[in-house]
Write a protein that binds this ligand. Structure first.
Ligand code: DQA
Length: 138
């Protein structure tokens, strides 16, 4: 099984960025834990701050990989282009968020991508990514 984890804008700053909300671990520090836990799964990782690059990457893998775990960051709340992209793919996409966006500002309550995703996991810190992989494993 082959999956891709995609992190969108500002998630390259995990560990330094608003640690009270997103925790103090970088994604690079967390990724080996995930890979160890799911030793039978090929887990690739991609991060970009650029909307079109996220779309290019999803199009690239979305017809051959078994699933995508997507934290689209703030594009979650704005991007019809990401929604259209997710709808176009063969691979299931799980939307994840580190924080519980429903406990935060009103503008974070709306997701433009949830309707196109297989499911949504949010609010469990970095463990949200593990839960998303469990969901893809089935
Ligand atoms: C986030 C929540 C978004 O609202 C925010 O813009 C992010 C991170 C999360 O993982 O909690 O960048 O997707």
């Amino acid at each position: 099984m082959k999956i891709l984890i995609i992190n969108g804008p500002n998630l390259n700053l995990l560990g330094q960025r608003e640690p009270g909300i997103y925790g103090s671990s970088s994604f690079d520090a967390y990724l080996p834990e995930l890979r160890k836990r799911f030793a039978d799964i090929d887990i690739e990782y991609y991060q970009s701050n650029v909307e079109g690059e996220l779309i290019n990457k999803m199009q690239e893998v979305g017809f051959s990989y078994d699933g995508i775990v997507l934290n689209a960051g703030a594009y979650t709340h704005t991007s019809i282009a990401l929604q259209d992209c997710i709808r176009s793919l063969k691979a299931p996409v799980i939307e994840v968020h580190i924080s519980n966006v429903h406990q935060r500002e009103e503008f974070r309550h709306k997701s433009m991508i949830s309707c196109a995703c297989k499911g949504v996991i949010l609010g469990f810190g970095l463990d949200s990514y593990r839960l998303a992989i469990e969901a893809l494993k089935g």
